[in-house]
Design a protein around this ligand. Structure first.
Ligand code: MRU
Length: 343
């Protein structure tokens, strides 16, 4: 099965699949500086919560390798400054901060220039390898929720290129394919930058998985007329009470699923939970450039100067979520169950 990979560490550089150009151009960028990593994350060349964390971790590895240093203290200082800079690239996906915190701990406890450089690279590779294993486990647990022949709706791209390999919300479809179970995916196009239309369809087609593209506004009609059996999406941050932030449009799907009596699942690794954030109200929601709405492929489709509101994420409240699929199994979205994941 062909499962594309978005982030590779090769010869001390980051090879990054430029997701802005998909599906028609498959091009890897070579990133060798911290500022190019910052720009790649901010401009969505790489996107998806775990992939952002992995890329940022390798970004700090670049800093560790490239910063000239005469003593370990100076190196630590600069590397931590670069890590802080990368943490400003996007605000909502907590995996970014989670990955950078892991790397920062390695930097802080290093005692020599050589060990700092080696250990930071090793930690970034470990974060990536762990995410691959976690994605597979999420896929196995999520697969138990579906029956052969099910039609499942998703939004955005929570697949291979949003993670190290299997994705989160898309992981069960890759595993179903492996096991010969037939699942069909209905992918919402995901306005404004079309991660569903451009990315989810692209990677599912390559893996030979049945996928149908719809616009976001077709979700209700499709749930009703195509007998959608479940909705599954990824998450960018899950608060301590289970409220889950994900790509704009997810909240609407959760409301619709409730109204149709269809289960609504979130699939996410433990690195997406933020126990320091008590509920969805406290999750920072990124607002992006108005041109993402006023322009499509560079073409202006709205009146010049129109006022725009462009939140990139929304929050599905815990009471609309049937279950959260993690590497440790499927849990109910409540404080006790979430706290138990970390004990
Ligand atoms: O703005 P994006 O494309 O980074 O938003 C991504 C999403 O909302 C994904 O669904 C989420 O990060 C989960 S990726 C496994």
């Amino acid at each position: 099965m062909n499962i594309p990979q978005s982030v590779k560490w090769e010869n001390g550089t980051i090879q990054l699949l430029d997701q802005r150009k998909l599906p028609h151009v498959t091009e890897y960028l070579t990133l060798e500086t911290v500022s190019s990593v910052f720009d790649a994350i901010k401009s969505l060349a790489v996107r998806g919560a775990p992939a952002i964390g992995i890329t940022a971790a390798f970004g700090v590895a670049l800093s560790a390798l490239k910063t000239p240093a005469e003593n370990v203290q100076d190196l630590k200082e600069q590397v931590l400054i670069d890590s802080g800079y990368l943490s400003q690239s996007r605000p909502t996906a907590v995996n970014l901060f989670w990955a950078l915190n892991r790397i920062n701990e390695v930097v802080t406890r290093s005692t020599t220039i050589e060990s700092l450089r080696e250990d930071v690279v090793a930690e970034a590779l470990k974060i990536q390898a762990e995410d691959e294993a976690v994605g597979r486990l999420i896929g196995e647990h999520a697969l138990q929720l579906f029956q052969d022949g099910d039609r499942v709706m998703t939004i955005c791209n929570a697949g291979s290129i949003a993670t190290a390999k299997y994705g989160t919300a898309l992981a069960p479809f890759f595993l179903a394919k492996e096991h010969g179970i037939n699942l069909s995916v209905f992918a919402c196009e995901t306005r404004p930058v079309f991660q569903g239309a451009r990315l989810t369809t692209w990677e599912l087609i390559q893996a030979g998985i049945d996928v149908t593209l719809i616009t976001d506004s077709m979700a209700a009609h499709t749930m009703k007329t195509k007998k959608i059996s479940a909705v599954i999406t990824g998450a960018d941050r899950i608060a301590a009470n289970g409220d889950s932030a994900n790509k704009i449009g997810t909240f609407g799907l959760a409301v619709l699923a409730k109204s149709f009596g269809i289960p609504f699942y979130i699939a996410a690794p433990l690195s997406t939970f933020d126990l320091a954030t008590p509920n969805g109200e406290a999750i920072p929601i990124e607002e992006r450039d108005p041109s993402e709405i006023t322009h499509v492929n560079g073409l202006n489709i709205a009146p010049d100067g129109i006022r725009v509101f462009n939140p990139a994420f929304d929050v599905a409240p815990a009471h609309l979520i049937t279950g959260i699929v993690t590497e440790k199994g499927v849990i109910k979205p409540n404080e006790q169950a979430i706290a138990a994941l970390f004990q």
